[in-house]
Structure formats: structure tokens, C-alpha cells
Design a protein around this ligand. Structure first.
Ligand SMILES: [Fe+2]
Length: 247
């Protein structure tokens, strides 16, 4: 019994040695890097096609959300981190005292790869810091958690006047690595992500000006007057106020 266990152990150890030596070979030949580039570039091209369709009104906003989420569900995080050269991007970071630090990953140039219609960035936050509560005008975005954990909240944006936004909670949960959510003008338009661990990172894509015209964030204070049916009357505030309250 004991010898069997020992033999099993040896076989396992040999197995992992073989794996490591194979990986080593692949890495030194950069075969793995090329493979990663191929997978990720296909992924980004698909995302690009969807976003072009969204802007061209070939794709409804909720359809874009559904398709992007299906795509994000398939992403291999390890590959993604390699593709955006996460280690280099996040080396010697100085996290913000309030709110998120925005990093711009350099996407590798790949032959035949389309010019991206969407922007991408990586948000870096330490524990308790937030991507502060905000809605979006004429914008579609997605978050994919790369590292760490977050308390993530979304709200539907039901009505607007000059000073307030009427919102209703839709998503409220824990988001860990590999989880994602999406935003459009018609659904889950307001989001707020608070890091619950140090060294937490979000990959963000954003399609600006879904329809021709102005686009941008609208900051709010979701701690407003409670209305019927779970609705909240949230005051519109500026970025400095939002950062002071929630950053
Ligand atoms: Fe946002």
C-alpha cells in the first residue's frame, strides 16, 4: 500500500516535471505567446465586431450586453493577463488615496487586427477604494475582474431631471476574478465597485457615443430618498464629491 502510494507520488512528480519542461520549451520558443496572441486577438476582434454592430444599430443594446457577457465568460484570465502584459503594466504601482488608478494597457500589434472601436483600460484599487457610483450617457461598457474581490452594484437608470436621477438596484453581489458585468443606456446603467481586497484590478472596455453625440459619466449619490418600488432619488454630484463620499 505504502509502495503504491510512493509510486503514485513519483509518477505525479514526474508528470509535473514533464509539464514544466514542456512549458519551459514552449515559453523559450515563444510558441505559447503566439498562441495567446491568437486567442486574445480573436476575442478582441469579436468584441470589436459586436461594438461596431452596436454603433451601427445592427445590435440592440441588451443584445450587446448578452453577447459581450457570453464572450467574457469564455475568457481565460491567465491568457488575458499575458496578452495585456499585466506584470509590466502593474509594476511599482502607486495606488490612489481615493478612487481608481486608470492604467492603459498596450495591446500588442497584430497583423490583420482591426482598429478597435472601443477603448480599454485597467483600474487598480486597494481595499475599500471604489470605482465611485456613476451612470453613463450614450455609452456601453463592460467590467471583467482580473484580480482581487469587489462588492459590485448596478442600478437601472429610470428617470432624470437636472439635479437628480431615479434609480433602482438590479445587481448587488461579490465579484471575484473572472466575473463580469455590463452597462448600457437601457439596462444596469449605473455601477459602483468597491474593492474588498488590496491589489484589485478590473479590465474595462467602453464604447463611447453609441449614437452620434455627447457621451460620458454622470456621478450620483445613491444614498438618496427612498421612493416606492425600491426606487431611489439619487442626487447628481461632481467627480470630486463622489470621490470624497465613495472613493
Ligand atoms: Fe462606468
Amino acid at each position: 500500500m505504502q509502495s503504491l502510494t510512493r509510486r503514485d507520488f513519483q509518477q505525479q512528480a514526474l508528470g509535473s516535471l514533464l509539464t514544466w519542461s514542456l512549458l519551459d520549451t514552449l515559453f523559450s520558443r515563444n510558441a505559447f505567446g503566439d498562441e495567446v496572441k491568437l486567442i486574445a486577438s480573436k476575442w478582441l476582434a469579436e468584441l470589436n465586431a459586436m461594438s461596431l454592430d452596436l454603433k451601427g444599430k445592427k445590435l440592440e443594446q441588451v443584445q450587446w450586453m448578452k453577447q459581450v457577457e457570453q464572450l467574457l465568460a469564455k475568457v481565460d484570465l491567465a491568457e488575458m493577463l499575458k496578452f495585456i502584459d499585466f506584470d509590466a503594466l502593474t509594476k511599482d504601482l502607486k495606488f490612489q488615496d481615493r478612487g481608481e488608478l486608470s492604467l492603459r494597457p498596450k495591446m500588442p500589434k497584430i497583423e490583420g487586427h482591426p482598429t478597435l472601436v472601443y477603448g480599454n483600460q485597467v483600474f487598480a484599487l486597494n481595499k475599500d477604494r471604489s470605482v465611485v457610483p456613476h451612470g453613463h450617457d450614450n455609452m456601453a461598457t463592460a467590467f471583467l475582474i482580473l484580480k482581487g474581490n469587489f462588492h459590485g452594484r448596478h442600478f437601472d437608470r429610470l428617470e432624470d431631471d437636472k439635479t437628480h436621477m431615479i434609480i433602482r438596484p438590479t445587481i448587488d453581489g461579490t465579484f471575484g476574478p473572472g466575473t463580469y458585468s455590463t452597462v448600457t443606456d437601457v439596462k444596469d446603467n449605473v455601477h459602483w465597485f468597491q474593492a474588498t481586497t488590496d491589489g484589485s484590478f478590473i479590465f474595462n472596455i467602453h464604447v463611447m457615443s453609441v449614437k452620434p453625440g455627447a457621451t460620458g459619466r454622470v456621478y450620483i449619490d445613491p444614498d438618496g430618498e427612498k421612493l416606492s418600488g425600491g426606487r431611489i432619488k439619487a442626487k447628481k454630484i461632481n467627480h470630486a464629491e463622489a470621490n470624497k463620499l465613495y472613493g
